[in-house]
Design a protein around this ligand. Structure first.
Ligand code: RNT
Ligand code: ZN
Length: 420
């Protein structure tokens, strides 16, 4: 496709949007500055590097055996760099504790910032920020199904220590990169079958988290979020870190909530939760994902819910108080392609949301002109946003349209296919 035709299409699109008072150049500039945090764990099926033999646990599952998963830190970084070169805009990289880069035999409750030094060097080189997560699963100390809410003091202490250390690592990221690091705490804790005591584990989780967050926190460097879940495999009857638990904890402790798109009942959507949560918390973390019938963590596509999430952030001006993280993992397709598809879609949804005459729509709504509101919202769906997106990619120096796929295929041929 010729550059000239992209530019021509953009000029026409620009005119069409200008007629309804939308400035396409301004929309591009805004979207470009919104960081999207890419989850490292899509690159290697959440294996990490610390415990190569540990099976994935905690009720999350990666399915598929597409060849070429990253086997070590160098491969993961190379893959991520390649994927990032296919995605426009501001990127962050989201690490889990098990991705520590060290030759030492070190357990989760012994991790230190120095075990992540090479990640900081890498992020510096790329000019990106890092986010972080304690890994409270895939470990023998999580085998009982409980971590920080365990009634076994030794188990609880282990996870409290791991989380404290994770917080310090995150602080180190934030300070050394000059870019705030958001740490997300998710615990798989729960019962497969009906519990007698629903209160005790929640009280222990609350007390455990209070120990994690005791002492000085440098919020300029590190923000902390708690992620709820409705249920997980193996914890069908009772999940300790429910929505009410996390919302209550975050509000009462000045923390962030993390809303994961797959962590609610199937007809509940996080796009309708954002505006409520942010009335009561300073900031918000999102795990943008795509649940198919359950919390399946499919690659994010440009569906109605993704668009609604973007609208929920952009229309009321909540983007500045929201940290957008991705959380999907698919081992059945090329993993770089998964990164590119999901992240480009997030960016695309944000762009579409910025290409809207929101003030006019709002005026209609307040005046009770629901006819006009529906008419305009539907017409906007076929406005030429694709021409703006193509132009944005061209301008950013990343492949236009499916051009990125050719690069992924080449990389597969040159690099991934050589991995056994
Ligand atoms: C699990 C949570 C959690 C994980 C990652 C790997 O259901 O969504 O966010 O996906 O921490
Ligand atoms: Zn999540």
């Amino acid at each position: 496709m010729r550059e000239e035709s992209i530019l021509k299409a953009y000029e026409l699109a620009k005119e069409a949007y200008a007629e309804i008072g939308v400035d396409t150049d301004a929309a591009i500039e805004k979207v470009k500055s919104v960081p999207v945090s890419i989850n490292c764990w899509q690159g290697d099926d959440i294996a990490g590097f610390l415990f190569k033999d540990n099976a994935l646990s905690g009720g999350i599952q990666v399915t598929g055996h597409y060849p070429g998963a990253a086997r070590n830190v160098d491969e993961l970084r190379a893959d991520a760099e390649k994927a990032m070169s296919l995605i426009p805009g501001t990127k962050k990289f989201n690490l889990h504790a098990i991705y520590a880069d060290t030759d030492e035999k070190v357990d989760l409750n012994e991790l230190e910032p120095r075990h992540f030094e090479s990640w900081v060097q890498w992020a510096k080189k790329l000019g990106i920020g890092l986010d972080f997560n304690p890994t409270c699963f895939s470990h023998p100390m999580a085998d009982s199904g409980f971590t920080i809410s365990s009634a076994d003091k030794a188990v609880q202490d282990f996870w409290v220590e791991h989380c404290i250390r994770s917080r310090k690592i995150a602080e180190y990221f934030g300070r050394s990169l000059g870019k705030q690091c958001v740490t997300n705490y998710w615990f798989p804790d729960g019962y497969k079958d009906t519990p007698v005591d629903r209160e005790g584990p929640r009280r222990r989780m609350m007390e455990g988290l209070d120990r994690v967050f005791a002492g000085e926190i440098d919020e300029e460097a590190n923000l902390n979020a708690v992620e709820s879940k409705v249920f997980g495999i193996g914890a069908e009857s009772y999940t300790v870190g429910s929505n009410e638990f996390c919302m209550g904890y975050a509000v009462s402790r000045g923390k962030l909530v993390c809303l994961d798109a797959g962590h609610f009942h199937p007809t509940e959507v996080i796009s309708d939760k954002i505006s409520s949560v942010l009335l009561y918390t300073k900031e918000l973390l999102l795990h943008v994902s795509r649940p198919v019938r359950w919390d399946s963590d499919h690659v994010v596509v440009l569906d109605d819910e993704l668009q609604n999430i973007a609208h929920a952030l952009v229309r009321p001006g909540l983007l500045d108080r929201t940290h957008i993280g991705l959380d999907f993992f698919d081992g059945s397709i090329n993993r770089l392609a998964a990164w590119a598809i999901g992240t480009r879609n997030m960016q695309r949804a944000l762009l579409i949301a910025h290409l809207e005459p929101t003030a006019d729509l709002l005026k209609m709504e307040l005046e009770g002109d629901y006819t006009g509101r529906l008419a305009m919202m539907e017409e906007l769906k076929s406005y030429p946003f694709a021409a703006v997106w193509d132009y944005y990619c061209l301008k950013e120096g990343v492949p236009v349209r499916e051009g990125w796929l050719k690069e992924v295929r080449q990389y597969e041929k040159d690099v991934l296919s050589k991995r056994s």
